[in-house]
Design a protein around this ligand. Structure first.
Ligand code: ADP
Length: 442
């Protein structure tokens, strides 16, 4: 086809569309190719006074697929041998748009691959198509304009349907958003409600622990007052009993002497109980302030070795106080610490019939572990915590005497010293009471 005057642009466009349809391009692609062709034709008419247009079916070198190729051989050489479409969008309408060849053979070429499913075009079929197209007289510019209008309408139609689809999608998205917001609000509300519940619970807990503290304080005050009030009369009874039994007093009958002895030993037991109660009440009231110093464990152990030997009156039980490994210092209160260990050793001796009671110290990183082990009756696991309660004594062990206040007191003191007091034991296997103290103090 020759492209020489404005009117030819319509014809080239129309032909392009017809050829595209004939070789099997889809409707959209027909319009694309025709549009690209008319744009390029317009450019060439303006810049190089037209071109000769050739349509051909060719093979794509890369994919081996058939493609429709349009070559526009310019009427005059292209300026600089190059061609740049006026509208950048044109190149996107086809698969390839560019300049090929050199000098006088330079052509502007565009191509579009035929759909993969289209039947291959044999030379015979091409000949048929050529004949059909030759029969078709080129229409007028008006016809082409009408066709172009129809294409525009269908393109607009498509745009509108796409816009409608987008609107539907948007609406759905908005709905989803609403759903998510509703869920979020609900969750926030639930969270707030839970929070309010937790806050209320904490307030109640605070109140309960304040009540508990108050109750515990009044118990300690009561114990302290009662034991304090009892100490004077009990001491007086012991004194009076001693006076009665004194050889300088009037002689007593044997029965009277026995009864006075009973009064004295009962009063002494009572005094022990009163003193222990006072100690415990004091430790619990928080009025007991440890006297912190660098305590030498060797000294404490040596003292215990001496004082407790007198208590171990059974030859079948050996009291072993090991020598602590050097350097054996711990920041603590010497008197309170000795009191705790004495208490534990005393218990060990009380509840062991044969074997040994052993005190040993072990240093582990930043703390000391002081253990009192015995080969005595042991304590059933379910009572391991109970024996630290006030007045609790394991049934069957009461005959050896005691008040049931020693262990709770010992644990309070160890807590005051910044440590812990734990027990491992099983009936018949003996017991190990372990005091763990930070070596640097509380
Ligand atoms: P007390 O020794 O005055 O009864 P404690 O508070 O020291 O009071 O001890 C409470 C109870 O724990 C004891 O009555 C005894 O039943 C048990 N217990 C304490 N130490 C030992 C031990 N080393 N072996 C076995 N039982 C023990």
């Amino acid at each position: 086809m020759a492209l020489r005057v404005e009117h030819d642009i319509f014809l080239v466009r129309q032909r392009g569309r017809e050829v595209a349809a004939a070789v099997g391009l889809e409707h959209q692609d027909q319009v694309r190719l025709a549009t690209a062709l008319s744009e390029v034709a317009r450019d060439l008419l303006r810049s190089v006074a037209g071109a000769d247009v050739t349509f051909a079916v060719d093979l794509d070198a890369r994919t081996g697929r058939q493609l429709l190729r349009v070559d526009l051989a310019p009427a005059r050489p292209l300026p600089g041998g190059r061609y740049e479409p006026q509208s950048g969008a044109v190149a996107r309408l086809v698969d390839m748009l560019g300049v090929t060849g050199q000098g006088g053979d330079t052509v502007v070429r565009m191509s579009r691959r035929l759909p993969a499913h289209a039947p291959a075009l044999t030379p015979e079929r091409l000949a048929e198509l050529r004949a059909e197209l030759a029969d078709n007289a080129p229409g007028t510019a008006l016809d082409e304009l009408a066709a172009q209008n129809a294409q525009l309408i269908s393109a607009l139609d498509e745009v509108r349907s796409q816009r409608d689809e987008l609107a539907v999608l948007n609406a759905e998205l908005q709905e989803t958003n609403h759903g998510v917001m509703a869920l979020y609000n609900q969750l926030t509300e639930e969270l707030e409600e839970t929070n309010r519940g937790v806050v209320a619970l904490y307030a109640e807990l605070d109140e309960k622990s304040a009540q508990l503290r108050a109750a515990s304080e009044s118990k300690s005050r009561f114990l302290a007052n009662v034991s304090h009030e009892l100490r004077a009369p009990v001491t007086a009874i012991i004194g009076l009993a001693r006076l009665l039994a004194d050889s300088a007093s009037d002689p007593l009958t044997a029965e009277q002497a026995r009864q006075v002895g009973l009064i004295r030993s009962s009063a002494t037991d009572l005094l022990t109980l009163v003193n222990e109660l006072l100690d415990l009440a004091k430790a619990e009231s928080g009025r007991l302030e440890p006297n912190w110093t660098e305590v030498d464990l060797r000294g404490v152990f040596g003292q215990l070795r001496g004082t407790l030997r007198a208590l171990s009156n059974r030859p079948e039980v050996e009291l072993v106080v090991e020598e602590p490994p050097a350097p054996a210092t711990v920041r603590s209160d010497e008197v309170l610490l000795a009191q705790v260990l004495r208490n534990l050793l005393h218990n060990g001796l009380k509840f062991t019939e044969r074997g040994e009671v052993r005190l040993r110290a072990e240093r582990q990183d930043d703390h000391w572990s002081l253990s009192v082990s015995d080969t005595g009756v042991g304590v059933p696991p379910e009572l391991h915590e109970r024996i630290f309660e006030e007045f609790y004594q394991v049934p069957g062990t009461t005959r050896v005497g005691g008040t049931g206040l020693g262990l709770p007191y010992a644990r309070r003191l160890v807590t005051l010293l910044g440590g812990t007091l734990e027990l491992t034991s099983a009936p018949g296997r003996g017991s190990v009471f372990t005091v763990v103290l930070p070596s640097g103090g509380a």
